[in-house]
Design a protein around this ligand. Sequence first.
Ligand code: FAD
Ligand code: NDP
Length: 492
Amino acid sequence: SEDSAPLLDYDLLVIGGGSGGLACAKEAAQLGRRVAVMDYVEPSPRGTRWGLGGTCVNVGCIPKKLMHQAALLGGMIRDARHYGWEVAQPVPHSWRKMAEAVQNHVKSLNWGHRVQLQDRKVKYFNVKASFVNEHTVRGVAKDGKETLLSADNIVIATGGRPRYPTQIEGALEYGITSDDIFWLKESPGKTLVVGAGYVALECAGFLTGIGLDTTVMIRSVPLRSFDQQMSSLVTEYMASHGTRFLRGCTPSQVRRLPAGRLQVTWEDRTSGKEDTDTFDTVLWAIGRVPETGSLNLEKSGVKTSPDSQKILVDSWDATSVPHIYAIGDVAEGRPELTPTAIMAGRLLAQRLFGPSSALMDYDNVPTTVFTPLEYGCVGLSEEEAVARHGQEHVEVYHAYYKPLEFTVAERDASQCYIKMVCLREPPQLVLGLHFLGPNAGEVTQGFALGIRCGASYAQVMRTVGIHPTCSEEVVRLRISKRSGLDPTVTGC
Ligand code: FAD
Ligand code: NDP
């Protein structure tokens, strides 16, 4: 009961043991403070559960990138015979083996996070947290046991969870989300992915890549928040490699057929017609809901946005209550990315307990969408650059290029494309870089440093390339869109 629960005191209590929370807790402990972390994973509606580390480790970046790699390997096996490897075709893929290997790696990361907390003397509680008052938090364990903790500073880093549609019959009963897909023991089979954000396209990409019949249902446009020319190329490549796209469609019903398959009915919003097909799996990838509902925030005074339910924060990451902070996916207006959550967490701990006053800078955050043809970007989209500076003041340099690896393998490179968005006035400050091709994340990371340091087009052109790579195509971007010249790279 509340009376018998011990009252403990910490300099910092972190709610949520994901990317942001763990980084903040470890940094504060490193600075010599008494720190506690409360983390608890509510099983998905399908009953999937996992360990310490949050979304990225368990149901996000890590298992996603590994399954993406599994899919890329399939492509390389097909390439291999062009390079002399006598691989018997077709090569079957075992979901079971892939999933087990990925899940084992994730479990090792769960363990690693626990050890790191122990090593740094951060007290870890596997409890679900909710506020009692502005300095006190109640934690409830799986067996119902309560822990009451109080702290001078509290950081909320509870992230978010996949959204389920509320109006669609059968959606919750029969559908799964990204919280389940990486933990399936058996192949999902023929899959319908609903949604067109990062999660939808990445999942559809690796499912197609490992040989599954995959359909993506898009109600409006793919990758809404990204450069739209790049986003079209991403889906064009996927379509030409076997992913089926249903555009302008919204599902209305999911029914379970006697044989166990799922019959999905949808409306084509342009024709107004209804259509239907049968799938083994329906994956909802329609965005994420911030995990604020269970925190009893009323008791703390912390304010959320009425639209997004995310926690309102200032540039210090402080909420409406000065000693309570929020970082990562749960905080309003922040990119939903692991590295930003980690950096925000570390900087917050340094501001609270160290000599630093540095704030997190959310400009020029690089990211990569790990679709079959990867899309890396940093800075502004072409649309955003034009909106901010006007068409007249923006110069876009671009190229369609062919990765050397694609030539011998006889791969189609129609969507391998790069564009650099610059200010038109010399020295033409670089506003954004967009790269579509192999290893986009590896390519984009280094250029992100340049752009952060204020690189100009002139400086990029004075940068010597590394030959032969795809990255060097960035430092060879000579053709402007405005010139109307053919941007296809020819020769060496
Ligand atoms: P989380 O990592 O979500 O951690 C929150 C933790 O708090 C969880 O463990 C949760 O269970 C716990 N919690 C919630 N409520 C409570 C409570 N009341 N009490 C106790 N504990 C609680 N980002 C990238 O940068 N690159 C990628 O490639 C990438 N891929 C992704 C792929 C997918 C499929 C998804 C879904 C996301 C991906 N992301 C990626 C985004 C990234 O995972 C998140 O931005 C990041 O994990 C956010 O960190 P966080 O600390 O805010 O929250
Ligand atoms: P997003 O918010 O990016 O996209 C949601 C998608 O679902 C949109 O295409 C939206 O369509 C669609 N949608 C929403 N509601 C419905 C509905 N009722 N019916 C049909 N479609 C619907 O969410 P994600 O889950 O893809 O990603 C969440 C965040 O996670 C991202 O913002 C990203 O920062 C992070 N992430 C990062 C990754 C990386 O770095 N590689 C990978 C994966 C995730 P519409 O445009 O019509 O509204």
